[in-house]
Design a protein. Structure first.
Length: 134
């Protein structure tokens, strides 16, 4: 799971349009979470409340610098609020994933909608999500 996330973040950093890559990455991560429910716990474990755990340390080491780079790059576009952190994004994604799983809603469209909601929560106003319509 960590390797997949690392590769996905690296791909977002290597793309041409950082905003489009960020949008696609968020959609890809939530779609992956739709199929791999443990991934939402991997993201949630990276938060400060669990900062001393082994999983949190591995997450921070493997993904922290990459997450910070992609977030800084997308913030520079003006499309993400300056106060948004990587922890914010992880909490939002884990939360919508837990809510959808709890409702037993595993439709692709619902998870794309959830990704758009996460992007909107992090975005500057007016939002231009650039995601898939569902």
């Amino acid at each position: 799971r960590l390797e997949w996330l690392r590769h996905r973040i690296e791909a977002a950093l290597g793309g041409g349009d950082v905003w489009r890559e960020f949008v696609a990455m968020n959609h890809d991560v939530l779609q992956r979470m739709r199929q791999d429910h443990l991934l939402r716990y991997v993201l949630a474990a990276a938060g400060p409340a669990l900062g001393t755990g082994q999983l949190a340390r591995r997450m921070a080491e493997a993904l922290g610098p990459l997450s910070a780079r992609v977030l800084a790059a997308v913030k520079a576009t003006g499309r993400v609020r300056a106060d948004v952190t990587a922890d914010d994004s992880a909490v939002l994604m884990s939360g919508v994933a837990a809510a959808l799983a709890g409702r037993q809603d595993f439709t692709e469209a619902s998870w794309h909608r959830a990704a758009d909601l996460v992007l909107a929560a992090c975005g500057s106003y007016p939002p231009d999500l650039g995601g898939e319509a569902g």
